[in-house]
Design a binder for this molecule. Structure first.
Ligand SMILES: *Cc1c(COP(=O)(O)O)cnc(C)c1O
Length: 379
């Protein structure tokens, strides 16, 4: 039997089969919010009060979720996290950055800085996928680039300001961790992300929570002579954000989805409650994998296993591609491993929107496949 033809028992299926790592599951209530906004906010000017109020609610909601100290500001612009890396090369790195590289996403910001003609060659500290490096303080580094959760490998790291680096900024790519993993603002200056992961919205926006030191750096570079394209100018983004606007037209529907998710996360109990919900999903997934002879967590150190992106290696006798095909035929989608990692692996998004019961249902479906359809899953 071909795996595409396998029908899983209906009583095993999750209520919602979306386990992708971005775009990720959108809750139906967010779509209701979109419908509710359909004649008032959608299709109206982003320079008028209704859309500005929406941007203001997003900025306030993010600050509340992270319990940010006075003086922090929420800056946003168009283009998603990838564009923010370019924004940062123009408007945040003074001269030289250091990058902790432990997967695809962390390597991309390092590449952007290495290619920027106005910056010095960055310091790159790397580990193979499945682990993360520790920062190495350097006197001439003015920005340390960390990644809270490496979505390509499922490794999460605790955020700590490297010792003896006064005056340097700590900038954290938190695209997949923001909203699910606790962090201490005292250890960070710029915590940036896009809304298509924990915030369950569409992509195309970047959001950066900035400390007073980061704001001072942005204003200092913006006041200088360095050339930067207007669309990547962090100074312009800051000025516009303070007015609850973006420099150019945003996707208003994305903002509506994001604001609805923020409200839900705050009602749930804020960051601690979201973190607990993701932790429950992750504890189940990793515990399950450890108890199956044909599955195991990819990340060896339990302390580094991500609570939002679970990477599970399969035995060579169980072909992950065949498993994913069988799951997809039953409405369970996007459990594929990161393409460039090239492992026989499943990758499971466990963002706050994902119900822990659905993670349990997913593992029950995997058990059923291996228990009843092993031949169809052979490579
Ligand atoms: C998804 C992701 C990105 C890419 O985000 P885009 O908005 O598509 O640019 C970058 N970094 C991390 C850690 C991610 O998870």
């Amino acid at each position: 039997m071909r795996s595409a033809a396998i029908a899983l028992p209906a009583d095993l299926l999750p209520a919602d089969g979306r386990f992708g790592c971005g775009p990720s599951k959108v809750r139906p209530e967010q779509v209701d919010a979109l419908v509710a906004a359909s004649r008032t906010v959608l299709g109206t000017s982003h320079r008028q009060a209704p859309v500005k109020r929406l941007v203001g609610a997003v900025r306030a909601g993010v600050a509340e979720l992270f319990d940010l100290p006075d003086g922090w500001e929420i800056v946003l612009g168009n283009g998603g996290t990838t564009v923010f890396w370019d924004v940062a090369t123009f408007g945040l790195v003074e001269r030289r950055s250091e990058h902790l590289v432990f997967g695809e996403f962390s390597s991309k910001f390092a590449d952007a800085c290495a290619a920027a003609p106005h910056l010095a060659e960055p310091v790159v500290v790397a580990t193979p996928p499945g682990d993360h490096p520790e920062p190495e303080p350097h006197a001439d580094v003015d920005l340390y680039a960390l990644t809270h959760n490496e979505t390509s490998t499922g490794v999460a790291m605790t955020l700590r300001r490297p010792v003896g680096t006064d005056g340097a900024l700590v900038a954290v790519d938190a695209t997949s961790a923001a909203g699910a993993v606790p962090w201490d603002p005292a250890e960070v200056d710029v915590y940036y992300f896009a809304p298509q992961k924990c915030f369950a919205a569409d992509g195309g926006l970047w959001i950066a929570a900035c400390s007073p030191a980061a704001i001072a750096r942005i204003e200092s570079i913006a006041g200088g002579v360095r050339w930067r394209p207007a669309s990547l100018d962090l100074g312009l983004a800051l000025t516009n954000s303070r007015l609850d606007q973006t420099y150019n037209t945003p996707a208003v529907a994305t903002l509506v989805l994001l604001e609805a998710q923020l409200r839900w996360m705050l009602e749930l109990g804020g960051l601690a409650a979201c973190a607990a919900r993701c932790r429950e999903s992750a504890d189940h997934l990793y515990g399950w994998a450890e108890s199956r002879w044909w599955a195991s967590p990819f990340v060896a150190d339990p302390a580094k296993r991500s609570p939002v992106v679970g990477t599970i290696d399969l035995d060579t006798t169980v072909d992950a591609a065949a498993v994913n095909t069988a799951l997809r035929a039953n409405g369970i989608v996007d459990t594929d491993s990161y393409r460039k990692l090239g492992r026989n692996q499943l990758r499971v998004g466990m963002f706050p929107a994902v119900d822990p019961d659905d993670i349990a249902a997913l593992t029950a479906c995997l058990d059923h496949l291996v228990d009843h359809h092993a031949e169809a899953l052979e490579p």
